[in-house]
Design a protein around this ligand. Structure first.
Ligand SMILES: [Zn+2]
Length: 463
C-alpha cells in the first residue's frame, strides 16, 4: 500500500494537518436532549458527600444539572428508569497504551514472549492503520467497561501519520481521550517530534469536541540515567510541555529507586507531571512528590503481571493526587477497573493480614475522582458534582453475579463482585454512548475483524 493510499484510508488531511479530523460527534453531543435518571442509587464520589442515596439525577447541556429525591422531567427529556441500578462517575483510566491492544494474548510468560521485547519487535512493523485500530479498539472496550476517560501514553510514534492515526482513533471512539505524544519506540532515546506536537496543539481546539480530546507528552527518561547528552534532549521535551501548557507522564519503574531519584535531583517533579508506577518508591520520594504537586498513577494488573512487585495500596495511601490505570489492555489482559480494584484490595488485605485494611468506597474514589485529579481534570470530571461534565455509568444490580441486598452501600458489591458486563449505561459529556448494555453507533463485528487482520499482518511482517 502506498503512502497516499494509506492517507486516503485513514481520512487524514494531505497536508498532515487536522482539517480532515473535525469531529462528527461534536454536533450530536451539543444538541443532546436533557436526560433524567429516575430512582437509582447515586454514588456521587463528592468528597465529604459520598453517602450512597436513592435519588433522581438530571443531565442538561452535557453537565450534571441536579440531584434530588424527585425531579420533574423537563420537556423533551430522555427519561431512564434507574430502579435497581447504581449511578456513579465513569472510571478514569489514568494511564494506558491503546495502540497495542490487538497484541492481547501474545505474552505467554516465556523468554521468547516477554512483554517489552515482543512489543518492540511487533510495533516496529506497525502501519498507521494498526495504530488506529489498536487505539480505537482499546478505547471502545474501555467505554463498554464503564471507563469514560483514557489517558493514552503513545510511544510508538513512528512518524506523523501514526500520531494523526492515534488522535483520529480517540476522536472516533465515544470516550474522553488524551493522547500523550511520545517518541518512536520504547527502547530508544529518540527525541519527540515537538514541531508536530506543537502544530497539533494549535489546531486541537477545532477538533477537541468541547474538550473531549486533549494532548500531553509521553515522556521517557534516558535509558542510561548518566547520559547527559540524552538528558539535554529530554529536558527540551519537558520544557516544550511547560511552554505549551501540556500535561506530562513518565514511567518510573524497572531501575529500582534510581529513576525517581533522578527526577528529584534534577528538580523534575511539577504539578503537570504524572509519575507512573513508582514501584518500590521510598517514603521520602513520595513526600517529594507530594511537595511538588505532581501526581502518581498505579496500574495494579500490569505491575504484577510483569513482575514489578506487589502493588501495596498502603504504601501510597498518603499520596495526595493518586489515580489508577489499566496500562495497556494487552498487558493487563482486560479493561476491567472492577478487577483492578479487586486485586488492589485483595493484595492489601492479604498482605496486611487485615480484612479492614482498605475501604471499598475509597477504592471506587481512586478509580474515579482520584484518576481525574491525577490528570488535572478534577474540576471537570471524576465526581457527580452539579455543573461538572456528565461522564457517568450505571451498573445494573439485577444480574446473577450481583444478587444480594440492594438497599445499602453498594461499594463492596461493586469492588468484589461486579464486572464490565454489568455496566448497562455509559454517558460521556452528557451523550449516552452505551445503553441497555449495547454500545451505540459502533460496528463491533467490523472492528473485531479489522483488529484481527491488523495483528495477523503485523505478525506476518515480523517473521
Ligand atoms: Zn505504561
Amino acid at each position: 500500500m502506498t503512502q497516499i493510499d494509506r492517507r486516503h484510508l485513514l481520512g487524514l488531511a494531505a497536508a498532515g494537518g487536522l482539517a480532515g479530523l473535525l469531529p462528527k460527534a461534536a454536533r450530536a453531543q451539543a444538541s443532546a436532549a436533557p436526560v433524567l435518571v429516575r430512582g437509582s442509587t447515586v454514588l456521587t464520589m463528592v468528597p465529604g458527600d459520598d453517602e450512597p442515596r436513592r435519588a433522581d439525577l438530571l443531565v442538561r447541556d452535557g453537565r450534571i444539572a441536579q440531584i434530588a429525591p424527585t425531579i420533574a422531567a423537563p420537556a423533551g427529556a430522555d427519561v431512564i428508569d434507574g430502579t435497581g441500578c447504581v449511578t456513579m462517575p465513569g472510571f478514569v483510566d489514568a494511564h494506558t497504551h491503546g495502540a497495542i491492544t490487538q497484541m492481547r494474548g501474545l505474552f505467554g510468560a516465556t523468554q521468547e514472549t516477554r512483554f517489552f521485547q515482543r512489543v518492540s519487535r511487533l510495533q516496529a512493523q506497525y502501519r498507521p492503520e494498526d495504530t488506529y485500530l489498536g487505539m480505537h479498539l482499546g478505547a471502545v472496550e474501555s467505554v463498554a467497561s464503564g471507563i469514560t476517560t483514557v489517558a493514552d501514553f503513545f510511544d510508538g510514534v513512528r512518524d506523523r501519520d501514526h500520531a494523526l492515526a492515534g488522535l483520529r482513533a480517540l476522536r472516533d471512539a465515544p470516550v474522553r481521550g488524551r493522547l500523550y505524544y511520545g517518541q518512536k519506540s520504547k527502547t530508544t532515546a529518540d527525541p519527540i517530534d515537538l514541531a508536530h506536537l506543537e502544530a497539533l496543539q494549535a489546531e486541537l481546539p477545532s477538533m477537541s469536541d468541547g474538550g473531549r480530546l486533549s494532548l500531553g507528552i509521553a515522556w521517557r527518561l534516558p535509558p542510561n540515567l548518566d547520559d547527559e547528552a540524552a538528558w539535554t534532549v529530554k529536558m527540551r521535551e519537558v520544557e516544550a510541555g511547560r511552554r505549551l501548557g501540556l500535561p506530562v507522564q513518565v514511567h518510573v519503574s524497572g531501575q529500582g529507586p534510581a529513576m525517581f531519584d533522578a527526577l528529584i535531583r534534577r528538580r523534575l517533579l511539577f504539578p503537570a507531571l504524572a509519575v507512573i508506577h513508582g514501584s518500590d518508591a521510598r517514603p521520602d520520594q513520595l513526600a517529594a512528590l507530594n511537595e511538588s504537586g505532581a501526581s502518581l498513577v498505579l496500574t495494579p494488573l500490569s505491575e504484577q503481571r510483569v513482575g514489578f512487585g506487589l502493588t501495596r495500596y498502603d504504601r501510597y495511601r498518603g499520596v495526595r493526587r493518586l489515580g489508577l490505570g489499566i496500562d495497556g489492555i494487552a498487558l493487563a489482559g482486560t479493561a476491567d477497573m472492577f478487577t483492578t480494584l479487586r486485586v488492589l484490595s485483595l493484595v492489601e488485605t492479604g498482605g496486611a493480614r487485615d480484612e479492614t485494611a482498605v475501604e471499598p468506597r475509597r477504592l471506587l474514589a481512586l478509580a474515579t475522582r482520584g484518576g481525574a485529579e491525577a490528570l488535572g481534570l478534577g474540576d471537570e470530571i471524576g465526581s457527580l458534582t452539579i455543573g461538572r461534565r456528565a461522564d457517568l455509568q450505571m451498573i445494573d444490580l439485577s444480574a446473577l453475579n450481583l444478587v444480594g441486598d440492594d438497599g445499602g452501600d453498594p461499594s463492596a458489591l461493586l469492588v468484589h463482585s461486579a464486572r464490565p458486563g454489568n455496566v448497562a449505561l455509559v454517558m460521556v459529556g452528557g451523550r449516552i454512548v452505551k445503553r441497555d448494555f449495547e454500545l451505540l453507533g459502533i460496528d463491533l463485528g467490523k472492528l473485531v475483524q479489522d483488529a484481527r487482520a491488523s495483528i495477523r499482518g503485523v505478525l506476518d511482517r515480523a517473521k
